[in-house]
Design a protein around this ligand. Sequence first.
Ligand SMILES: *Cc1c(COP(=O)(O)O)cnc(C)c1O
Length: 393
Amino acid sequence: MSYLVDKEGYYGEFGGAYVPEILHKCVDDLQKEYLKVIESEAFQKEYRQLLTDYVGRPSPLYYANRLSEKYGAKIYLKREDLNHTGAHKINNTVGQILIARHMGKTRIIAETGAGQHGVATATVCALFNMKCVVYMGATDVARQHVNVEKMKMLGAEVRPVTSGNMTLKDATNEAIRDWCCNPSDTFYIIGSTVGPHPYPDMVARLQSVISEEIKWQLKEKIGRDYPDYLMACVGGGSNAGGTIYHYIDDERVKIVLSEAGGLGVDSGKTAATIALGKVGILHGAKSYVIQSEDGQIEEPYSISAGLDYPGIGPMHANMAAKSRAQIVAVNDDEAVAAAYELTKLEGIIPALESAHALGALPKMKFNPDDVVVLTVSGRGDKDIETYLNYYTK
Ligand SMILES: *Cc1c(COP(=O)(O)O)cnc(C)c1O
């Protein structure tokens, strides 16, 4: 048994491709092509070259001395915050735009929450001279205005979305609507391990460079190529998916995933999908979804725009259902405290999303010899205002 995707696009009972009739051909074509493209020599050559020369990979695996002392384990940070555009998102957009070009598409659309995926998509569209439209909830446009300006400077059109909570879920709905209207020339670059098959698997593969590097970096540093623990935050699941990809079926490695507790799992203001979610269909896949008794999607809340999503990728839902991963809800206050702690102890200001992974550290019971690899998915530049205002509110 494997925790990776099966031939039908499922992870256990989760996944699949639940799309409107008009998108069947697009999704079918992508299902047929994506593995052939990704595994081709031409793709690998260009993708690897861009990861090295443009993104700046490999990202360092940094032994965090003072953090290790504090938590009584050997803690290594996988520094995705040092990538071009400031997060792991670029690993995926570089890969997907190569696939889009291979499939003859000329127009790119994307959804974005914090704006990190929007910026990463606008960046590769500039690089490949493709037309780019980014859907973003109006609430997020207001709270992440620097990223909006970056996308515009990169040549993208940002379309604010005013339905629902005006956040990531609503932006995704709008992007899917656009895709339905323009299926022939448009490629939808999804920013996480969500959406209809093959997106969760395609995105996880494109992010799997993270665990590919962790393997040889650990081997170099400690003489064995696996840790005792892997830790990451989960919005849709892409940085976590990349972090665990090459270890997912290796039971020696424990997996700890942090989801956004918001003001508390029982507060009604939360994005803790696994704690609260019931099986449902959202944005083309069967997974856990935060929904009411009669199946209405409920509005999520998190201080972090990148985790403010009522669903989770099917790969992660399956790992949670089968207890392959331990899921921890980390609340706003715990995440902010963890961000200040990392900044003071290591001189690294993490993204608010990554701060949720760090916020799980105080909840763990490590042995002194445990090797822990925690992925810092992004840098905190975009969150400085939130950090500074948090304690003065
Ligand atoms: C988007 C984002 C996330 C959440 O997305 P995943 O797909 O779950 O990784 C986490 N961290 C950062 C820095 C992000 O930009």
